[in-house]
Design a protein around this ligand. Structure first.
Ligand SMILES: [Zn+2]
Length: 213
């Protein structure tokens, strides 16, 4: 959908398509007035983006209010491409994004910052519960040095809540701060405490940190 090689935007989505797209993301079961819950609305098309006015209480809302796109002047189709690239496993850098969607580096950087923030908010609101298992993994550059970590070898906590049938129901990957893991092999107890405090539901007793073999 996006030609990354040529570093150009292919306008594969029209703004109209994107309005429909984001409408169905925001209201998958049809419009709901955020004020009174009513489902009938008028569409007012005098601005760049439509206003939706509740039939019942006259409250007006938009697609972007309450989302990372709120108050942004960047067209929806550029946001849509940014969402797509951001959600890929390899991610996207601000430089690359700015080239692909033809925005300034500053705009691309702000967009990515908002996306990251929204993702971490969402993740923080969902702590691990039940049977929790966590273990350290190293990603980035791999070296053969067994004890000392190369600056580009980044330790991450791979963790999950498991259901009764043994299937993981929710997985989290979190960077580990150097202070909790100065070397390559051992996560300090402080790291377990910090992780539990931040990412595990208080009162969860079945939490185990797996040792690296
Ligand atoms: Zn209403």
């Amino acid at each position: 959908m996006v030609s990354t090689e040529a570093n150009v935007v292919e306008p594969v989505f029209s703004e109209e398509d994107c309005i429909d797209f984001f409408f169905s993301k925001k209201w998958p079961n049809g419009f709901r007035c955020p004020q009174c819950g009513h489902s009938r609305y008028y569409t007012i098309r005098t601005r760049r983006l439509p206003l939706y006015q509740c039939h019942n209480c006259q409250h007006q809302t938009t697609l972007t209010v309450g989302t990372v796109m709120e108050r942004s002047r960047t067209p929806l189709y550029k946001w849509r491409i940014a969402f797509h690239l951001f959600s890929q496993p390899e991610g996207v850098s601000a430089v690359h994004l700015s080239e692909i969607i033809s925005v300034t580096y500053k705009t691309a950087w702000e967009m990515l910052k908002k996306l990251r923030l929204a993702l971490s908010d969402k993740d923080t609101q969902r702590p691990l519960t039940g049977r929790v298992r966590a273990g350290v993994s190293i990603y980035g550059k791999r070296t053969l040095q067994p004890f000392y970590r190369h600056p580009k070898e980044r330790p991450v906590m791979v963790s999950a809540s498991f259901q009764a049938d043994g299937q993981p129901s929710y997985v989290k990957l979190k960077m580990i701060a150097d202070e909790h893991m100065p070397g390559k092999r051992t996560l300090l107890y402080s790291g377990e405490v910090a992780f539990t405090k931040q990412h595990v539901q208080p009162g969860t007793f079945d939490v185990r940190f797996l040792k690296r073999s």
